[in-house]
Design a protein around this ligand. Structure first.
Ligand SMILES: *Cc1c(COP(=O)(O)O)cnc(C)c1O
Length: 360
């Protein structure tokens, strides 16, 4: 069996050791006589897995006690609606930084539910970038400012996450646990698990506890944060498999040195690809401002459209998979999440140099 070099933007590659462990425990978990995905979510075995996952999230993220940690379904996308529905008090508004595709979706859902406004949007045709805090306009009665710390599709990362003048609500999906969180700035941090933490089917929401009191009576039960908080995310059947798999990924991250180690790794590994772009004499080009280049999703162009097609086809024959840019933007995108072996990045960089030498 050979595992390909998998640069998928999500669902993401997972550490092989984690997959092997899941495989070995799949048919019977411990001495339970069944697999995790067949057992009651009220059983002692499952409850231990569930609380272990939450405790590891708290340890790794450093979230202080005043944050509740929720494990929910519906991906990051459901949070686009749940956040404004639960935490904007009557008469208040929510600002959105329009940094790219995901921010646009978050804003569109918020605008259906509350008084949402665009606190910043790009105004020039220059390289894609994020705003500096001073460029963002916070209007009166703003409950929160929504930021997408890393735009997965555009490959754009927000370099500064302090000094915006409003509590932040942050979508960190594609750099969850690859970047430290200074909790003093945030009211809510959320994201889907499948970009950096585990399989699809699970969203992780950190929310400041006093905000749980804001939910209005009209909000249906699954959409109410306080319902999930009061039940330790066991109000209904949780997605037991992704939670189990994530807890194993989190244990793996802890072994490697936690978030500081992941942050360093992401900077170094994305740096290898950005260096290859810079060294190519213009054959490869980044559409993103140098200060805002993502550490987890490296987006670039290669020569002409024809050459780009050839790049992707040849990459595939070399087992370098899922490098095609998102269908909305084209080009090439290498997602370099925590679980990707460094060898995959090195193989990609060598392939890039070889291809440019032949085509450039
Ligand atoms: C993938 C992604 C989402 C959507 O996540 P789902 O779990 O598919 O709903 C939202 N925001 C960002 C930044 C993403 O990368």
């Amino acid at each position: 069996m050979t595992r390909a070099h998998n640069f998928c933007a999500g669902p993401c590659v997972l550490p092989e050791s984690v997959l092997a462990e899941i495989g070995s425990e799949m048919v019977e978990y411990g001495s339970s006589g069944m697999s995790v995905i067949e057992m009651s979510h009220r059983s002692a075995d499952y409850e231990a897995i569930h609380h272990d996952a939450i405790e590891r999230l708290r340890r790794l993220s450093g979230a202080p006690d005043e944050f509740e940690i929720l494990l929910l379904q519906g991906g990051a996308t459901l949070q686009f609606a749940m956040i404004p529905q639960n935490i904007v008090p009557a008469g208040q508004r929510a600002g959105y930084v329009m940094s790219g595709s995901w921010a646009t979706k978050a804003y569109a859902d918020a605008a259906l539910i509350t008084d949402a406004y665009q606190a910043w949007a790009p105004t020039d045709d220059g390289p894609a970038r994020m705003p500096r805090p001073g460029e963002v306009t916070i209007e009166a009665d703003t409950a929160y400012l929504h930021v997408t710390t890393n735009e997965t599709i555009g490959g754009i990362r927000m370099p500064e996450l302090a000094g915006f003048g409003a509590p932040l609500v942050a979508d960190m999906s594609s750099e969850y646990l690859a970047r430290p969180i200074d909790w003093s700035h945030y009211d809510v941090v959320y994201g889907g698990a499948q970009k950096n933490l585990g399989p699809a089917g699970l969203a992780i929401v950190f929310i400041r506890r006093p905000l749980l009191e804001r939910t209005g009576d009209h909000v249906p039960s699954y959409l109410r944060y306080p319902v999930h908080a009061a039940a330790d995310s066991l109000a209904n059947t949780p997605p037991t498999f992704p939670i189990w798999a994530m807890s194993k990924v989190l244990a793996w991250v802890e072994e490697l040195g936690g978030v500081p180690a992941m942050e360093k790794r992401a900077a170094e590994r994305s740096g290898l690809v950005y260096d290859a772009i810079e060294r190519s004499g213009g054959f490869y080009r980044s559409p993103v401002d140098a200060a805002c280049r993502s550490h987890t999703n490296v987006v670039f162009r290669a020569g002409t459209e024809e050459q780009e097609k050839a790049f992707l086809a040849e990459a595939e024959t070399n087992q370098l998979l899922n490098l095609k840019g998102h269908r909305s933007v084209g080009g090439i995108r290498a997602s370099i999440y925590n679980g990707l072996p460094t060898e995959s990045v090195e193989t990609l960089v060598a392939f890039m140099a070889d291809f440019a030498a032949r085509q450039g």
